[in-house]
Design a protein around this ligand. Structure first.
Ligand SMILES: NC(=O)c1ccc[n+]([C@@H]2O[C@H](COP(=O)([O-])OP(=O)(O)OC[C@H]3O[C@@H](n4cnc5c(N)ncnc54)[C@H](O)[C@@H]3O)[C@@H](O)[C@H]2O)c1
Length: 302
């Protein structure tokens, strides 16, 4: 197939590009390189350096079979400080990409959404049909994108897959709690600042498993529009992650907490997704949390 991956110079998008090429597809990456890097893009893929908010991508989509829309501002924390940035890079960019699909007659769309659309819930693990009440601007922006995905699927026949990712980590990631701990410990191995009280308890999935779930849903979905949770079957407290990163780096710092139940405005304290639906398509997690952290920390140090 002839595929476009927006955000293909970023963390998840670049791994997805590698996998799609490995499966024999032809891939073009569209990325403004705001947080993504040229060197992340597989040399067998073409890179079009464009900002989806400012530049028209309709022509780039002519004759393409599928768009995987991974481009976004994925930072929950900064979305509280700059709501407009996540609105533009998420809602506006997704709307413009869907419009480009409609005009270029692309009939397949895959969208990277997030577990944060659910907000805080007592239903753990949380299934896909649970109501969504996001508590962050980032989560709200992604939920708005999902609404447009549903409307474009039903109005224009663009078969669409929405993937609600848990916390994804691994090689090439330049954000998230593990990345943050690693760099803090590199600077000062004697003390580690932990945002919140360390009891936030969430699901973490290695990027290799995230990509295999994405491809499985893309290949096996029947309906014109469907939503899949993508995450691990276990959850881990921030304190546990701190200990795992310290063990991998062979350091024993003193933990210093900023305090409060949340690490930042919009931080969801408890998150575990019900992943029965994606599993029913034949997907299974292959990389354990422990193994994933070791691999990622090794990569960060390389
Ligand atoms: N990493 C996670 O834990 C996680 C969790 C849930 C959902 N997601 C979603 O998965 C997707 C990929 O996330 P990631 O962690 O790889 O992020 P990332 O920042 O590494 O990748 C995003 C890419 O999009 C590009 N981009 C941003 N705005 C753009 C624009 N206006 N025009 C063109 N390119 C633009 C960036 O340069 C970057 O390469 C995002 O949609 C994110 O919201 C990620």
């Amino acid at each position: 197939m002839r595929i476009i991956v927006t955000g293909g110079a970023g963390f998840i998008g670049s791994h997805l590009t590698d996998k799609l090429l490995e499966k024999g597809h032809e891939v073009i990456v569209i990325d403004n390189l705001s947080s993504g890097k040229k060197e992340n893009v597989n040399p067998d893929a073409e890179l079009i350096a464009k900002d989806i908010i400012k530049e028209n991508i309709t022509r780039d989509l002519y004759d393409r079979d599928v768009v995987f829309h991974m481009a976004a501002d994925p930072d929950v924390r900064s979305s509280a400080r700059s709501a407009i940035k996540s609105f533009n890079n998420n809602v506006i960019a997704t709307f413009r990409t869907l419009e480009a699909c409609r005009k270029a007659r692309v009939k397949r769309f895959v969208f990277a959404s997030t577990s944060t659309v659910y907000g805080e819930t007592d239903v753990i693990p949380t299934p896909e049909d649970h109501p969504c009440y996001p508590i962050s601007n980032y989560g709200a922006s992604k939920l708005a994108c999902e609404a447009y995905c549903s409307s474009y699927a039903n109005s224009y026949g663009i078969k669409t897959t929405v993937l609600r990712y848990a916390n994804i980590f691994g090689e090439r990631s330049n954000h998230g709690v593990i990345y943050d701990f690693y760099h803090k410990l590199k600077k000062n191995p004697k003390e580690l600042e932990i945002l919140g009280d360390g009891t936030q308890d969430k699901s973490y999935l290695h990027v290799e498993d995230c990509v295999s779930a994405t491809v499985t849903a893309f290949e096996k979905q029947d309906d014109i529009y469907d939503v899949f949770n993508v995450g691990s079957s276990d959850k881990h407290k921030v304190n546990e992650i701190a200990k795992a990163v310290c063990n991998s780096m062979k350091v024993k710092p003193k933990f210093k907490y900023t305090g409060g139940a949340r690490g930042w405005v919009g931080d969801v304290k408890l998150m575990l997704l019900d992943v029965k639906k994606i599993k029913s398509l034949g997907w299974a997690q292959k990389i354990s949390f422990k193994k994933g952290i070791k691999r990622y920390v090794k990569w960060l140090g390389s």
